[in-house]
Design a binder for this molecule. Structure first.
Ligand SMILES: O=C(O)CCC(=O)C(=O)O
Ligand SMILES: [Fe+2]
Length: 218
């Protein structure tokens, strides 16, 4: 593929994200990275797992950490951009481009982002929640990038969004966590949950913030 055509395709993906976010409050884009780039990210995740650096995820802001298996069963490892391995850097660079594009078109005033690697063991869930902390509302957009090759509907593990409708009811949207798929939604508006899967479910999860990360404790 020529470089120009590649740029055009990428721009189209950014447009899709921005348009769908402003129209519907969520967006799904497939093949957000090349298949090989997705595989490289899964290799990095596996490497971090072998290092034993994943931790059981908690609920709420870090200073009121609570670990509750019923509510949330995933394991996470935060990314430190300054120490990121090159496949992770490729992902972060792409997210940076997304952030700049969204800022030019959606005026959300995004200033920074934070991401972690995520593993849901078989049978684990994340019960219905929204991603904005009560004590810290700097998370504007939520992003999940899935790394699961050969994922089939019978494996379960959907991300289920509950979209508010005008009549006060909700519309459910189910999203399979397939390799190369990026899901994003308004962190302040859209309740969602992760359903149990029969396989390990791998992803990168993160947020775009309207404040620099090092200031979000303010
Ligand atoms: O993995 C997903 O599909 C969603 C994860 C999620 O909701 C969260 O980490 O807050
Ligand atoms: Fe969430």
């Amino acid at each position: 593929m020529t470089e120009e055509l590649e740029d055009e395709k990428l721009l189209h993906k950014f447009e899709q994200i921005a348009d769908r976010l402003s129209e519907k409050g969520y967006a799904i884009v497939d093949n957000f990275l090349e298949a090989q780039e997705v595989r490289n990210l899964l290799d990095v995740l596996t490497h971090h797992q072998e290092q034993g650096t994943f931790k059981k995820a908690g609920i709420g802001a870090s200073n009121q950490l609570q670990v509750d298996k019923e509510v949330r069963g995933d394991y996470i490892r935060w990314i430190e951009p300054q120490n990121a391995l090159s496949p992770t850097q490729v992902f972060l660079d792409r997210m940076n481009e997304v952030m700049r594009y969204i800022n030019r078109t959606c005026y959300l005033g995004l200033k920074d982002y934070e991401f972690h690697f995520t593993v849901y063991p078989p049978g684990s869930v994340y019960q219905r929640h929204i991603d904005q902390f009560k004590t810290n509302d700097h998370r504007k957009l939520s992003f999940i990038f899935y790394l699961n090759e050969g994922w089939l509907p019978e494996h379960g593990g959907n991300l289920r969004l509950y979209l508010p409708k005008e009549n006060g009811e909700e519309e459910e949207v189910d999203i399979l966590p397939i390799a190369g798929r990026l899901a994003c939604f308004r962190a302040d508006l859209i309740p969602h949950e992760v359903l149990a899967a029969t396989r390990h479910r791998y992803s990168l999860t993160g947020w775009m913030l309207d404040q620099l990360k090092e200031l979000t404790f303010l």
